[in-house]
Ligand binder design. Structure first.
Ligand SMILES: CC(C)(COP(=O)(O)OP(=O)(O)OC[C@H]1O[C@@H](n2cnc3c(N)ncnc32)[C@H](O)[C@@H]1OP(=O)(O)O)[C@@H](O)C(=O)NCCC(=O)NCCS
Length: 186
């Protein structure tokens, strides 16, 4: 059973019903939703989303599993991160990170992504971790490059996104490229 992931400064834990208001507050900001498909309309939608995660374990194929990010010493939700094992491709995991604007620019996303890579290649035994990003999403591209992920592909106008075709850039890392470093599962 998943409990949480810990880094020097962060906890990655299951989302709770009480997180709904906070999650909605930053997940509904235009600067946060710009490159995201999920645009929750209200807190109730976020609450339903969180309830839908109950009883699900990260790594269950075919669906996204979302974890909350808080600072190690507690406080409000700083962000969230998603893990997705594609159906029929059990050896892979897709990841994505979102931080509330007040928590950006301090290396927290880099630390959280490091925790996800360690978790994916360690306890989950994944062979490949990847992220899909719009080439205009420069903070996200810098994040994946800082984490040591390689730019593997640039698909032109491959996604229908918010009423227009959009490019999709893929960053990835293999288990053999990930050293035994970073955070531990507690
Ligand atoms: C993607 C996202 C999580 C990146 O957040 P971020 O704050 O830029 O990334 P980090 O938390 O790792 O912080 C790194 C930045 O802080 C700086 N920084 C300050 N202290 C730092 C530290 N101790 N360690 C590392 N970086 C630090 C870095 O220089 C870097 O800034 P730069 O990119 O301008 O060079 C954020 O932009 C976001 O939530 N975007 C909206 C959601 C989204 O589009 N997600 C991606 C979907 S694919």
């Amino acid at each position: 059973m998943f409990r949480e992931l810990a880094t020097d400064r962060l906890r990655l834990r299951r989302l709770e019903r009480a997180d709904a208001a906070r999650l909605f507050a930053y997940r509904s900001l235009p600067e946060v939703t710009r490159f995201q498909t999920w645009e929750p309309r209200d807190e109730a939608e976020v609450a339903r989303f969180i309830e839908g995660l109950e009883g699900i374990e990260p790594g269950e194929p075919g669906r996204w599993f979302q974890l909350g990010i808080t600072l190690a010493d507690g406080g409000e939700l700083a962000g969230d991160c998603g893990l997705h094992v594609p159906e029929g491709r059990d050896h892979e995991m897709e990841v994505g990170i979102t931080l509330a604007p007040a928590f950006q620019g301090r290396g927290y996303a880099t630390e959280a992504l490091g925790a996800l890579l360690t978790y994916a290649f360690g306890p989950l035994g994944k062979h490949r971790v990847y992220g899909s990003v719009d080439p205009a999403n420069l903070p996200s591209i810098r994040l994946m490059e800082r984490a040591g992920m390689r730019r593997e592909a640039h698909f032109r106008n491959s996604l229908w996104f918010k009423g227009a075709w959009a490019d999709d850039v893929i960053y990835a890392m293999l288990d053999e490229e990930w050293g035994p470093r970073g955070p531990s599962e507690v």
